[in-house]
Design a protein around this ligand. Structure first.
Ligand code: FCB
Length: 471
């Protein structure tokens, strides 16, 4: 695609743009975002916000264990307190509703709701019941993720995602939750970003449980996808009215030069980041190029697994953050070649909205059965500070605007995209980067737990109000 999302905004004349210089967010009048049924919400995840890790019978998760190991998380941070959402959930729901956000994507902490024998933990389940009922009362559409990386430690002790049995335990967990919560969930997502669980958790060890072996990564991925496949029919049976899907993070890889080797490297980057997950889900097979990158790492796949994994989905959740420029590593793979002079975020990630649009359009061409899409995460970290009670997160406002423009372009190119969730509702525990990286549209002061609405959230709210008024 030649079109550059940011350039489109730069060239909009004030007459066509709904926005004014004082309002750097509101999308132009012809944007699909004005469609009332385009869901705009925010996302969080249990371990990143809840805290209360030892309360009401919650068991340890792999992230409690991992973050306690010196050197694994920046500044030695852990999720022990996080945003204290477990105790402050009522005020947090009020805040979400006051911002006019229409959707909320949250996750359930598996170790909070089941004991080691697989029996329900009533207190943990009741927390989510109260939360989801309140969200329903507020008219907020709920997307509930069953697994956002906080595997119960007792399952990791038995091999975690390297053990096929974990997939069956996950189906039991999905069974319990969908029986308990049916009617309060609009959309279930089985897994958040299996790429991160498999690769960062078992392939390079940057995330819990911290193992580093490519063969482990492919086997863990297979069991994660199997867990998803086993859970979907269970969710369908217990909660037929809700939508069922999965969330994949996707990465744009571009080649550092026109050479065939670098072009191949960029292709392999996208195979490793995207096709590794999407091919089994949507084509029922693993991409063979993956095993060119990691020779000899084919997972053990039993008869029927690929059919289980590739059963139809109601929607696909897509998380997108940045692109990676790569060159051939001279052997089977690719190496990062960071571009100079490009805009980056506090994470060092390049701001590249076109990558989102191009990938979405590419998926529509590659996968003829591509389900409707929700962007389940998109956002950026910045070093936000509260000054005189305000947080002017200018870069985030521009980031969001440009990525929403990219989404609009993909919609106009025929991709069925139904909604977008900001990552994140509030600053939170950013995994290996702890509390230093602030992704929220609401600022959290971790010493007082005070929430401060950032300028980005105010502008999103203003847009949603305008949209409502027009409807
Ligand atoms: C994604 C995770 C989410 C958050 C963002 C920044 O990979 O799903 O929990 O950490 O990155």
């Amino acid at each position: 695609m030649a079109n550059d999302a940011s350039a489109v905004f730069d060239t909009l004349s004030p007459a066509v743009s709904k926005g004014s210089p004082a309002d750097p967010f509101t999308p132009p009048a012809d944007s699909s975002l004005w469609r009332k049924n385009f869901l705009l919400g925010a996302a969080t995840a249990s371990y990143q916000i809840e805290g209360a890790v030892n309360e009401d019978g919650r068991l340890p998760s792999i992230w409690d264990t991992f973050s306690a190991i010196p050197g694994k998380v920046l500044a030695g941070d852990t999720g022990a307190v996080a945003c204290d959402h477990y105790h402050r959930w009522e005020a947090d729901v009020e805040m979400l509703a006051s911002l006019g956000l229409e959707g909320y994507r949250l996750s359930i902490a598996w170790p909070r709701v089941m004991d080691a024998a697989g029996a329900p933990n009533r207190k943990g389940i009741d927390f989510y019941k109260r939360l989801l009922n309140r969200l329903k009362e507020k008219g907020i559409t709920t997307f509930v993720t069953l697994y956002h990386w906080d595997l119960p430690q007792h399952l990791e002790d038995r091999g975690g995602w390297l053990n096929r049995d974990t997939a069956y335990r996950f189906a039991d967990y999905a069974d319990l939750m969908s029986c308990e919560l049916a009617g309060t969930v609009d959309a279930w997502t089985t897994l958040n970003e299996p790429w991160c669980s498999a690769y960062l958790g078992y392939g390079n060890g940057h995330h819990a449980p911290g193992l580093a072996n490519d063969r482990f990564a492919t086997q863990a991925m297979h069991h994660l996808l199997l867990a998803h496949g086993l859970a979907v029919p269970v969710l369908r049976a217990n909660d037929p009215a809700s939508q069922k899907g999965i969330v994949a993070n996707i990465g744009r890889g571009t080649a550092d030069s026109d050479s065939a080797a670098d072009q191949r490297a960029a292709h392999l980057f996208e195979v490793q980041h995207n096709a590794w997950i999407l091919d089994p889900l949507l084509k029922g097979s693993y991409p063979q190029d993956l095993f060119e990158l990691w020779p000899g790492t084919e997972p053990l796949v039993l008869d029927g697994d690929m059919e289980t994994i590739s059963a139809p989905l109601d929607f696909l959740g897509i998380n997108y953050y940045f692109r990676t420029n790569v060159a051939s590593d001279g052997a089977h793979g690719f190496r990062d070649v960071p571009l100079e002079g490009v805009e980056r975020t506090q994470m060092g990630w390049e701001v590249y909205p076109d990558g989102l649009r191009d990938l979405l359009i590419g998926f529509k061409e590659t996968y003829h059965n591509l389900p409707p899409i929700y962007i389940t995460e998109n956002g950026m970290a910045s070093d936000d500070e509260v000054t005189d009670g305000r947080v002017e997160d200018t870069q985030r406002i521009s980031f969001l605007k440009r990525h929403l423009a990219a989404v609009d372009q993909a919609i106009k190119a025929g991709v069925d995209i139904r909604g977008y969730f900001l990552w994140s509702l509030m600053d939170n525990f950013e995994w290996a980067f702890g509390y230093e990286r602030r992704f929220g549209v609401v600022h959290v002061d971790y010493s007082t737990q005070k929430r401060t609405i950032k300028r980005s959230a105010e502008l999103v709210e203003k847009f949603l109000q305008e949209r409502k008024a027009k409807a």
